[in-house]
Design a protein around this ligand. Structure first.
Ligand code: ZN
Length: 133
């Protein structure tokens, strides 16, 4: 069939690589992984969604005492969105700035709640951290 792909012919067109080239690529990838910066740590636990379809994310105490900080996404305020027709990128830039601002406010709100909780309920204990990604 004329439309059928000739895989053998396509493979023959690809550049041939030596085992040494493959090995060098693997070693380079390994080195890049070793040189990568350490993971950022956060005191914010992974959210739990205990009320399905509610838009409420729960951030439980990392020590398992039962305390939970709740964030209701339906209350989040989108700031002013700016679009100038003479600047087509203004909409994307404005939406990005809004998302970054709301993200920073969310992090600060959750971290403050966790710090206040630890001060009140677990004085003297370090707040556990986890990798942020
Ligand atoms: Zn606690």
């Amino acid at each position: 069939m004329a439309d059928e792909l000739d895989v053998e012919a396509m493979m023959a067109l690809l550049p041939k690589r030596s085992t040494a080239e493959d090995f060098a690529e693997i070693m380079a990838a390994r080195q890049r992984a070793q040189d990568a910066p350490p993971a950022e740590l956060t005191i914010i636990p992974m959210p739990e969604y205990r009320k399905p379809l509610s838009g409420v994310a729960c951030y439980p105490c990392a020590l398992g005492c039962g305390w939970v900080h709740e964030e209701d996404a339906s209350t989040w305020q989108l700031g002013p969105v700016v679009f100038r027709p003479e600047d087509p990128d203004s909409l994307a830039r404005s939406l990005t700035e809004n998302a970054e601002r709301r993200g920073a406010e969310l992090r600060e709100r959750i971290e403050s709640a966790i710090r206040e909780h630890f001060t009140a309920a677990h004085p003297g204990l370090d707040i556990p951290t986890r990798s942020a990604w």
